[in-house]
Design a protein. Structure first.
Length: 388
């Protein structure tokens, strides 16, 4: 009989948990695996909605909670968080003796998990390697995590090729697509009336706004958000629409973005802290456009057939299906781009027929099949003989 594979997944924020969820949910329901989750970062923050409750409600065993989010808007926040995570995760790994560590992306949790796995001799599976991000401290963190990780679950075929060019063995790499698409396919639809009731809103036509700070421009976050909102508000007033704005991530500059949101909050600019997955998915299904600079504009919006207005430099240079228009912060640019996204029928028809390079919503099935194929007793997975 094949032995049980003990997996610890690490999550620190709402956005990457939603990417991780389809895979760990599939693992949790497979008797070949024993899954536990380490919760950290913004999940444990009142300011960010205590989203660890969502992890508990989803039925996962919590191996540990590691406090790693400092209540500061300074650049010291993230490097100190990595230190806290390495210390806490080391204790957890020593106690739990997992066979595999699983982590997503390019944040503090990813590099800390990869470092702990490397030093403690535990295989690390990394979701989302090989994906470039313009002008952000997260980009080199993602690449460093890839060099430390043993297994790669990539979200696009060009990103698999990027990892090979970094010296990663092709047999370590599996293109799965982004697991976030699985969530969209699996969530049942809600009517607009049900959605309005859940949001406590008199819901008219709307766009969704998701904007995060860019590490290389964090000192400008407040001014940038204010400028973006000037254009967004003017567009909504002109067209009798509303903008439903979701709180940013926890990076330095996020307090400034929230400050701007609160100054603009009105019957046109609606602010929400965090939303349950079914509400969030259905909110995007009925939106006219997505504005801001979230990665979901590239990864997930094509499945929604949703046009995206990416404001500023975050996400520039990344692969997209053709549904993303990049603009600056001027009022006229934002309004013109939103007009094009919402009202140009030819453009919307074009977007409705796009293929998504980030997969088709079966990432979890592909990932678990790959993980099951690995012989944990074969040292080839643990030892990288090819580093360049």
């Amino acid at each position: 009989m094949k032995s049980i594979t003990r997996v610890i997944a690490v999550t620190g924020i709402r956005s990457e948990y939603d990417i991780l969820f389809p895979i760990i949910n599939k693992i949790n329901n497979d008797n070949q695996f024993c899954l536990k989750v380490v919760i950290s970062g913004a999940h444990l923050s009142d300011w960010h909605g205590n989203t660890y409750e969502r992890v508990k409600e989803d039925g996962f065993i919590i191996a540990d909670r590691v406090d790693s989010l400092l209540a500061t808007n300074r650049n010291t926040q993230r490097s100190k968080a990595v230190a806290n995570l390495i210390s806490g995760l080391t204790q957890t790994v020593e106690r739990e003796s997992p066979d595999l560590l699983l982590v997503v992306g390019d944040r503090e949790e990813s590099i800390a998990t990869a470092i702990v796995g490397n030093y403690m001799g535990v295989l690390v599976a990394h979701v989302g390697g090989g994906d470039p991000v313009w002008g952000n401290s997260d980009d080199p963190i993602r690449m460093a995590t890839s060099k430390l990780a043993n297994l790669h679950l990539t979200t696009a075929l060009p990103y698999s090729e990027n990892l090979i060019s970094l010296g990663e063995d092709s047999w370590r790499i599996k293109f799965t697509g982004t697991p976030g698409l699985d969530n969209i396919k699996n969530e049942p639809p809600l009517s607009k009336e049900e959605l309005a009731a859940a949001l406590s809103l008199d819901l008219k036509d709307y766009i969704v706004v998701l904007k995060h700070p860019l590490s290389s421009e964090s000192e400008s976050s407040y001014d940038q958000m204010c400028n973006a909102l000037i254009g967004i508000k003017a567009f909504c007033e002109k067209n009798d629409m509303m903008a439903i704005c979701i709180m940013p991530n926890s990076d330095p500059g996020s307090f400034d973005i929230i400050k701007a949101y609160k100054e603009f909050e009105s019957d046109r600019i609606i602010l929400r802290q965090t939303l349950p997955r079914n509400i969030f998915v259905n909110l995007l299904r009925s939106a006219k456009a997505l504005a801001g600079n979230s990665s979901m504009g590239l990864l997930e919006a094509p499945l929604y057939k949703l046009p995206v207005v990416n404001i500023g430099n975050r996400q520039r240079g990344r692969l997209n299906a053709g549904n993303v228009r990049y603009v600056g912060y001027s009022k006229s640019e934002v309004i013109e781009a939103l007009d094009h996204a919402v009202f140009d029928s030819d453009y919307r028809d074009f977007i409705s027929n796009l293929n998504n390079p980030y997969g088709s919503g079966d990432a979890a099935d592909i990932a678990i099949k790959f993980l099951k194929s690995i012989d944990l007793n074969d040292r080839k997975w643990a030892v990288k003989q090819k580093l360049i």
